[in-house]
Design a protein around this ligand. Structure first.
Ligand SMILES: [Zn+2]
Ligand SMILES: [Zn+2]
Length: 194
């Protein structure tokens, strides 16, 4: 899987070069490391920023204080979620490109600069980089069956009688006391809590 990621990452770099974005220029962008995320997460990927270039920052008001927010970093670690690696190559590359934009100066968020690069890449290379991905759509485009993913939910509840599974992000207080299975009125049990 790591091999596949490296290959697609290399393809992204080459494609970006054709539209005059050179992410291998470490003097402008810093060093980039890419790997598959160890922990499985709901998100497609993330870009961890390391070692801020302290010359570049802006001030943000937090209450009475002003704090420094750095705009440029010397090192980045991109992590791509495992489940993304099963999708269509184009979608994996779309994810890699999204995270690569976060490595550029002033792009450590989904603001104006991020959108500028996303639009530029989408228009010139035919990608669909958005702020957030659409998991269901991306599974469909990859001809894969989309299943409700256990990892997306904090709680998995099962009916002790008919076995029906329910997924919930949060539970009301006294949930087990107050609620019953919607199908058979059986007693519910919590199967997993993370
Ligand atoms: Zn992002
Ligand atoms: Zn039931």
């Amino acid at each position: 899987m790591q091999e596949k990621l490296k290959r697609l990452y290399e393809e992204c770099i080459q494609e970006l070069k054709t539209i005059h974005i050179d992410v291998t220029d470490s003097s402008k962008i810093g060093e980039i490391d890419i790997k598959i995320a160890k922990r499985n997460a709901k998100r497609y990927g993330c870009c961890k920023q390391l070692e801020p270039d302290k010359k570049y920052y802006h001030l943000v008001k937090r209450g009475y204080r002003r704090i420094k927010v750095y705009d440029k970093f010397l090192k980045h670690t991109i992590e791509i979620s495992k489940w993304v690696m099963e999708l269509d190559d184009k979608i994996i590359k779309n994810t890699i490109l999204h995270e690569l934009i976060h490595c550029m100066p002033n792009c450590n968020n989904h603001g104006k600069e991020f959108k500028f690069y996303a639009n530029y890449i989408n228009e010139n290379l035919g990608y669909d980089i958005q702020r957030l991905g659409n998991k269901k759509e991306d599974y469909k485009k990859s001809n894969l069956e989309y299943k409700e993913n256990d990892l997306d939910y904090k709680y998995i509840i099962q009916c002790s009688q008919c076995g029906l599974i329910y997924y919930r992000q949060r539970l009301k207080r006294n949930f087990l006391r107050d609620y019953r299975c919607g199908k058979c009125k059986g007693k519910l049990i919590i199967k997993k809590f993370k």
